[in-house]
Design a protein around this ligand. Structure first.
Ligand code: FAD
Length: 514
């Protein structure tokens, strides 16, 4: 025994330490680490854990320079580690500079505040105070000067240079520098208001503000919705020519298909296509389910719930709606404890002129630049967002109906098993708190964003469709705002009305349907 459920899971960006990996994460590592020692039964730790998770997501881009970690000292297996570090109370934070030696116990951080911005600033202070050796991946964080910039511009070979102008006690510059750490072909430096030569050369009057600097006569202000970290980083990461390290530069030629492949279908990136939704149904009902030849128990319940919400809420063309209704009716009539997939398929494929589900997989908005990108998983998200919005529009009685159907479908059938595990982690944590249809729409939106944050930069990311916190400022300006502290915040009411329109039945495009 001894293994307890800790406060963090693999779905969080927090490195979960155990006796097996603790040395590798903390010692002789090229990145610094900030480690939380906690006990899963401790109320303060439970209260602190959302901030720690949020911080980990917030500084995910920084992880080559600094990682967040956590260890559960209430787990018997970890007790030796916690004793070795002399931990007496929870939660305790220890900072380990890069290349800490094997006997280091880290620097104890006492009296830390529990909000994300303060913790983030603390990390920056720690990174700056540990000068030698700095994490090799950590870019220079100190302010720059006119002289340094001029010599850099002469030698840089045309890579983008962004200058963050800011007040003397601002952290925005260093945050943006670290947010861009994993991006190539861009260098970000910060200039303090007190650096008069550069300030007057560029005629800077707003602090903070960002300028793209080519030469001392050629510079432009970076246009952003708000003058704040989130907007700067988003805009800089998407500048032409800026790419994530190790990722091939997206080429226009990716879209030119040879004759053995399906031709690229140009589409409107701001719309949802019925073809994706129908293709998701086709794939899920005819391909994914087909690998379960007998469906029983939990899986049968999952299938019933899934088909039932499709019947109720799928905003389909009349024959598709009829086909879903027919399958649902058939399923309701099955009284045994199991069904054969072949019978289900027969019911699904019973076709008439006014009732059928097209047998095509034709991705449009969910096309990937390569065969293995996007497609089905993209269309599954799209399908369930659409269903949560439809449930809201039609004033369903049960606010959790669609989400629970999705949860069960994913858990029983979704072919990507690690995805299913991650999704279940998120569902377990908070799905039962969804008490209204509006909240259901927003729950799926915010958790999809958590997945986006986790997957940004992964191999599975299509370089032409980078994972962003969605909808980005250019798609929904009103969705974004700033707290008085300068932190980015979502305007949930605006997000909700955006989603209600974006995923509404009336707004769906019917191009490319057969
Ligand atoms: P997707 O993330 O699939 O999004 C599809 C479309 O939805 C986007 O193009 C955008 O128009 C819109 N959208 C994006 N974000 C939001 C939002 N927050 N709210 C509303 N609409 C939005 N892959 C893994 O590698 N690991 C995983 O653990 C994992 N878990 C998954 C769990 C589930 C339940 C599903 C359905 C998929 C999961 N995937 C996972 C796949 C991954 O999330 C993507 O679907 C896949 O990488 C394709 O990405 P995409 O760029 O097409 O965008």
């Amino acid at each position: 025994g001894g293994v307890r459920a800790g406060l963090y899971t693999d779905s969080d960006q927090v490195a979960i330490l155990t006796p097996d990996n603790v040395d590798a994460v903390l010692f002789q590592s090229p990145s610094a680490a900030l480690l939380e020692f906690y006990a899963s039964w401790c109320g303060h730790c439970i209260a602190f854990s959302p901030a720690w998770k949020q911080l980990a997501l917030d500084i995910k881009e920084w992880k080559l320079a600094v990682k967040l970690a956590a260890i559960d000292c209430a787990d018997e297996l970890n007790r030796g580690v916690c004793v070795r570090f002399g931990i007496k109370g929870y939660p305790s934070l220890r900072f380990f500079p890069a290349f800490s030696s094997n006997d280091s116990t880290g620097e104890d951080i006492s009296g830390f505040s529990r909000d994300v911005p303060s913790l983030r600033h603390l990390i920056i202070d720690k990174l700056e105070s540990h000068k030698t050796p700095t994490p090799p991946a950590c870019p220079p964080l100190e302010q720059t000067s006119a002289r340094e910039i001029d010599s850099y511009v002469e030698n840089s070979g045309g890579q983008n240079l962004a200058l963050v102008f800011e007040g003397n006690d601002s952290y925005v510059g260093r945050e943006v520098i670290l947010d861009l750490l994993q991006y190539e072909n861009i260098m970000v430096r910060r200039v303090l208001r007190s650096e008069e030569e550069l300030v007057s050369r560029l005629g800077v009057t707003d602090f903070p503000s960002v300028y793209l600097y080519n030469t001392h006569t050629n510079f432009t202000r970076l246009p952003v919705l708000r003058e704040a970290r989130a907007f700067y980083s988003y805009a800089l990461q998407r500048l032409p020519g800026v790419v994530r390290e190790g990722k091939p530069r997206p080429e226009e030629s990716d879209f030119i298909r040879n004759h053995t492949e399906e031709q690229w279908r140009p589409f409107n990136k701001t719309r949802v296509y019925m073809s994706d939704l129908e293709s998701a149904l086709h794939y899920s009902l005819r391909v994914e389910l087909a690998s379960h030849s007998i469906i029983s128990g939990e899986d049968l319940t999952a299938l019933r719930r899934y088909i039932s919400v499709l019947d109720k809420y799928f905003p389909g063309r009349p024959p598709v709606k009829n086909a879903l209704k027919a399958v649902n009716d058939w399923l309701q009539k099955q009284e045994g404890t199991s069904i054969n997939y072949s019978d289900f398929r027969a019911a699904l494929n019973t076709r008439s002129t006014d009732s059928y589900l097209p047998k095509v997989e034709r991705w449009v908005g969910c096309q990937g630049s390569k065969q293995h990108f996007r497609g089905y998983p993209c269309a599954m998200w799209t399908l369930f967002h659409t269903l949560t919005v439809q449930a809201l529009e039609t004033k369903s009685r049960d606010p959790q109906e669609v989400l629970q159907a999705m949860r069960r479908y994913v858990s029983s059938f979704f072919g990507c098993r690690p995805c299913a595990v991650h999704f279940e982690d998120m569902a377990l944590e908070s799905m039962n708190r969804v008490i209204s249809l509006r909240f259901a729409v927003l729950w799926l939106w915010s958790h999809h964003n958590q997945v986006n944050a986790r997957l940004a930069g992964e191999l599975s990311e299509d370089p032409h469709f980078p994972k962003v916190q969605w909808p980005p400022p250019d798609l929904c300006p009103a969705c974004h705002s700033l707290k008085p502290s300068g932190e980015h915040t979502w305007v949930q009411e605006e997000v909700l009305s955006f989603l209600k329109n974006y995923y509404s039945a009336q707004h769906l495009l019917h191009d490319f349907l057969s």
